[in-house]
Ligand binder design. Structure first.
Ligand code: SAM
Length: 283
């Protein structure tokens, strides 16, 4: 790119048209360089086409980054992709250990995640917040994998917010496979893009334990993580949940509302639920 730039600057005798073409090429190169460290979601075989079209997180800019800033951005992007992959491909106990050893990496992960979700036309958390606001003020919620606990800050209800790292005083740090709540103590459990560990069964069983019978379970998940979201949601009947609403009209995710029908536990023989990891690749 530096080569292009100096050439363009050293060609005073070239025709106006040739200079115009060079300028355009230079501009395109700068844009490419400024954006090629950002992530895009790697398409899997069954992934909808839109995932190929996810745009860079940061606004395109014609300004050239300094070598140091570019290197920093590349490192940060690589770190985010690594953490994301770890979260999706390991058991939650391993994810817990990962963040215990390096809590700072939680913030790197969240910066990357926020960049991604900011590109979506709708953030599923906003839809869930809108739904929860309609619930009686006495209802109690538990946000499993709450991130920075925006949900808790957005509704007037009591919310127990859990994540692997306590990003602020509203969050309790724990593995959501085992949360510090009494049996049947909450009216709704929320998994907003947080069914990340490979032990999905443990999360659903734990949510069942803390929910009242008749309580609600909200799940927002990346559409392409399921071979068949409908079948996935149907299989949750065995975990004590009945599907009430399923909206798959959003571009990147589905949103489901289920109700708890009965108590379940690890004692019962349950099918092993699996979700595909949602990985990002380097642009
Ligand atoms: C994609 S982020 C979504 C955050 C938030 N729900 C939102 O929609 O903004 C998923 C979150 O789930 C958390 N998470 C993943 N596995 C977890 C586990 N086993 N226990 C607690 N939190 C977990 C991650 O640390 C991350 O903060």
């Amino acid at each position: 790119m530096a080569k292009n730039k100096s050439k363009a600057g050293n060609s005073p005798k070239k025709s106006k048209k040739a200079q115009g073409i060079k300028k355009a090429a230079l501009k395109a190169n700068i844009k490419k360089s400024a954006t090629n460290q950002k992530f895009k979601i790697a398409p899997s075989k069954s992934q909808p086409k839109e995932f190929d079209q996810v745009q860079p997180a940061v606004k395109k800019t014609n300004k050239k980054l300094s070598i140091t800033d570019e290197a920093k951005l590349r490192l940060e992007s690589a770190h985010f992709r690594f953490l994301n992959e770890q979260l999706y491909t390991s058991r939650s106990s391993d994810a817990w250990n990962l963040f215990q050893e390096d809590p700072q990496s939680f913030y790197t992960y969240h910066k990357g995640f926020q960049n991604q979700v900011a590109k979506w036309p709708v953030n599923p958390l906003d839809l869930i917040i809108k739904e929860l606001k309609k619930e009686p003020k006495t209802s109690v919620f538990a946000d499993f994998g709450c991130g920075e606990a925006r949900l808790s800050a957005s509704v007037p209800h009591q919310v127990h917010s859990f994540d692997l790292v306590a990003a602020n005083e509203n969050v309790t740090a724990c593995d959501m496979a085992e949360v510090p709540l009494e049996n049947r103590s909450v009216n709704a459990v929320i998994f907003c893009l947080s069914l990340m560990g490979t032990n999905v069964n443990d999360f659903l069983i734990e949510a069942n334990r803390v929910l009242t019978v008749g309580g609600m379970l909200y799940i927002a998940e990346v559409e392409s993580r399921c071979h068949n979201a409908k079948a996935f949601l149907k299989s949750m009947e065995k975990f004590g949940y009945k599907l009430k609403e399923h909206n798959s009209s959003y571009q990147y995710f589905f949103l489901a509302k289920l109700t708890k029908t009965h108590n379940t536990s690890k004692k019962f023989s349950l099918p092993k639920l699996q979700l595909k990891p949602c990985l990002y690749k380097k642009r």
